[in-house]
Design a protein around this ligand. Structure first.
Ligand SMILES: NC(=O)c1ccc[n+]([C@@H]2O[C@H](COP(=O)([O-])OP(=O)(O)OC[C@H]3O[C@@H](n4cnc5c(N)ncnc54)[C@H](O)[C@@H]3O)[C@@H](O)[C@H]2O)c1
Ligand SMILES: N[C@@H](CCC=O)C(=O)O
Length: 516
C-alpha cells in the first residue's frame, strides 16, 4: 500500500552521530572524485573522448568528474531510442510507472548523505542546503508517482441517454528536459521524472556545471527498473546541442528551468514547425526572479531581518527565489537594516562547504563570480555599501554577503537578477508604495510580506504579483506538495512544480464518446 505523501524530513546536523555519518559520506565521495562518466542512450553506456569537466567551486583545481559529451548524432540516436521506448512505456499502467519512482526514492533515501556529499563538491552546497536539495528530489519522486495514479483516473464528464462519454489523459511522446545547476539533484529529478511517469521518454541534458550528480540519478532510475530508452542521458555543450535538442522534429515538449535569456530563446525556437513535425511543441519554461520581501510598519522586525538574511544568503543567493530586494516602510527602515546587518555578521560564515557549519560556500564558477563582482561595483555607484562587498577567487569563487542601502527601486541592482549573495534595501512611505515597488520588476516569481496588519495582508494576497507569495516568513524554501512552485511575468510559464497541476503539462486530454 502506498502511504499518503509526506515531505522528506531534513537531517538534524546537531546530532553527533549524524555529523560523523556525513563526514564519512564526504570521505567516500572524495575518494571517487575525478572519475569518468558516460552518456546513456537506449540503456547503453557510451564514453566519448570529448568530455565536460566539472570542478569544485570552492576548490577550483579539484576535478569532481569528467562526463562524456553528446554530439548531434548522439541526440538523433537518443531520440530514436526514445521513440522506440515510447511504444511500450505509454502502455504501462500509472501504478507500474509510479512504482519505479517509489523504488528510486527508496534507493536515494538509503544513500542520502552520499548524494548530499556529491552536491557539496559538485555544486558547492553547504551540508544543510545539500540535504534539502536531495530531500526535495526524493519528494518529487514520491509526489509525482502518487499524482500520476490519480491523473490516470481521468475526470467525470456528462452522459446522455444511449451515449457514454469518457475523458482521460494520455502521454504525448518523447521530449527534452533541460535543468539548471543550482538544484542539481532536485530540479533534475523533478523535471525528468514528471514527464516520464506520465508515459513520455525523456532526453536529459543536465547543466554543464553539475553533470555528475545528474548521472547518479540516471543510475538510480536504471537500478529501480526504468526500461532502456525511457531516460537518455545526453550531457553536452549547450552551444553545440542545445538548439538541436529543442528544434528536433520529434521533440514533443521541452521542460526547461534556467535563465530568462535561455528560456525565451527556447520558447521562440520551439514555436517554429520543423520539416516532418506534425504537432505543436509544448514548452514549460521556469526562469529567473528578482524577489522582494516587503516589511510593513506594523511588523515583527526580528522576523523581518531573519527572513531577509536567510532568503538573501542561503546557498549564496543562488536560488531563483532568493531575496535580492528588501523594501521597508520608512518608519522601521533603519531598525530593520541594522538588525539585518547585525544578523548577517553573527550568522553568515563563508568557506569551503565540505567543512562543518559553513553557512555559505563559493559561487558556482568564474563567470558567475565575475558577474556578481560587477554588480557589486554597480551597486557602489547606485547606493551605499552597508555591509560586505569582499570577493576572493584565489582558491574558490568566494563572494561575501553584501548589503546595499538607500537604493532607488529602479536602480540596476534592484531590477536585474544577480544570482549571488547581494541584497538591496530601499524605503517606501506607505503600504501602497511598498506594493507598487514590489511589483515594479519584469519578474514575478516569489515574494514575502512581513506584517501584522490583516488588511494589508489581504491586499497583498491579490495585488502582489508573484507566483509564490509568503506571509511572515522568507521567500525561499518551497516544499513539494505544500508550496507548488512557478512564476508569473518573465519568471516563466507558472508550471507549479511539485503541485497538483504539474503533470498536466506532459499529457494530452482525450474524450471518447460511444453511442449504444
Ligand atoms: N523558476 C525556477 O523554478 C528556477 C529554478 C532554478 C533556477 N532558475 C533560474 O536559472 C538560472 C540559473 O541557472 P543556469 O545558470 O543554469 O541557467 P542557464 O539558462 O544558463 O542554463 C539552464 C540550462 O539551459 C541550458 N542551455 C543553455 N543554453 C541553451 C540553449 N541555447 N538551448 C538549450 N539549452 C541551453 C544549460 O546548459 C542548462 O542546462 C537563474 O536565472 C535562476 O533564477 C529558475
Ligand atoms: N524551490 C526553491 C527555488 C528553486 C530555484 O532556484 C525555493 O523555493 O527556494
Amino acid at each position: 500500500m502506498v502511504l499518503p505523501f509526506k515531505h522528506e524530513p531534513f537531517t538534524d546536523f546537531t546530532d553527533e552521530a549524524v555529523i560523523s555519518d556525513f563526514k564519512a559520506a564526504l570521505d567516500q565521495v572524495h575518494g571517487e572524485l575525478g572519475k569518468e562518466y558516460p552518456l546513456v542512450i537506449n540503456g547503453e553506456k557510451i564514453y566519448t573522448d570529448d568530455k565536460l569537466e566539472s570542478f569544485n567551486p570552492s576548490d577550483k583545481e579539484q576535478l569532481v568528474g569528467k562526463v562524456s559529451k553528446a554530439t548531434k548524432a548522439h541526440v538523433d540516436q537518443a531520440m530514436d531510442s526514445a521513440l522506440e521506448a515510447f511504444k511500450t512505456w505509454r502502455t504501462w499502467k500509472a501504478s507500474e510507472r509510479a512504482d519505479i519512482l517509489h523504488k528510486a526514492a527508496a534507493i536515494v533515501r538509503r544513500r542520502k548523505h552520499e548524494f548530499s556529499a556529491w552536491l557539496v563538491y559538485d555544486a558547492g552546497k553547504p551540508w544543510n542546503q545539500a540535504d534539502a536539495d536531495i530531500a526535495e528530489g526524493i519528494d518529487f519522486l514520491e509526489y509525482y508517482a502518487r499524482e500520476m495514479v490519480e491523473l490516470e483516473k481521468g475526470k467525470e464528464i456528462n452522459d446522455r441517454p444511449n451515449e457514454q462519454n469518457t475523458y482521460f489523459y494520455q502521454p504525448m511522446g518523447p521530449g527534452v528536459t533541460i535543468p539548471p545547476w543550482n538544484f542539481a539533484f532536485a530540479i533534475v529529478a523533478g523535471t525528468a521524472v514528471a514527464p516520464i511517469v506520465a508515459g513520455n521518454p525523456v532526453l536529459l541534458k543536465p547543466s554543464e556545471n553539475t553533470p555528475v550528480i545528474a548521472y547518479k540519478l540516471v543510475e538510480v532510475l536504471e537500478e529501480a527498473g526504468l526500461p532502456k530508452g525511457v531516460l537518455n542521458f545526453v550531457p553536452g555543450d549547450p552551444a553545440e546541442i542545445g538548439d538541436y535538442l529543442v528544434d528536433h522534429k520529434d521533440t514533443h515538449f521541452v521542460n526547461f528551468t534556467g535563465s530568462r535569456a535561455t528560456g525565451t530563446r527556447i520558447m521562440e525556437r520551439a514555436a517554429k514547425i520543423q520539416e516532418g513535425q506534425n504537432f505543436l511543441k509544448r514548452v514549460v519554461a521556469e526562469m529567473g526572479g528578482k524577489d522582494t520581501i516587503i516589511v510593513d510598519k506594523d511588523a515583527d522586525l526580528d522576523l523581518a531581518a531573519d527572513s531577509i538574511v536567510n532568503s538573501a544568503f542561503g546557498f549564496s543567493g543562488q536560488k531563483c527565489s532568493a531575496c535580492s530586494r528588501a523594501i521597508i516602510h520608512e518608519d522601521v527602515y533603519d531598525e530593520v537594516l541594522d538588525k539585518s546587518i547585525a544578523l548577517t555578521k553573527e550568522l553568515i560564515t563563508v568557506g569551503n562547504p565540505a567543512d562543518e557549519n559553513v553557512y555559505m560556500g563559493a559561487v558556482v564558477n568564474q563567470k558567475q563570480f565575475d558577474k556578481i563582482k560587477e554588480y557589486i561595483e554597480i551597486g557602489k555607484n547606485e547606493g551605499e555599501l552597508a555591509y560586505g562587498g569582499e570577493t576572493d577567487d584565489s582558491k574558490g569563487y568566494f563572494v561575501h554577503p553584501t548589503i546595499f542601502k538607500d537604493l532607488d527601486p529602479k536602480a540596476k541592482i534592484m531590477q536585474e537578477e544577480i544570482f549571488g549573495p547581494v541584497v538591496g534595501f530601499a524605503k517606501a512611505a506607505n503600504f501602497d508604495e511598498l506594493l507598487e515597488i514590489a511589483n515594479n520588476t519584469e519578474y514575478g516569481l516569489t515574494g514575502a510580506v512581513i506584517s501584522n496588519n490583516r488588511d494589508h495582508l489581504n491586499r497583498a494576497r491579490y495585488d502582489f504579483h508573484v507566483g509564490n507569495l509568503y506571509f511572515n516568513r522568507g521567500c525561499t524554501a518551497a516544499i513539494v506538495g505544500y508550496h507548488p512552485f512557478g512564476g508569473f511575468k518573465m519568471s516563466g510559464t507558472d508550471s507549479k512544480a511539485g503541485g497538483p497541476d504539474y503533470l498536466q503539462h506532459f499529457v494530452e486530454a482525450k474524450m471518447v464518446s460511444e453511442m449504444f
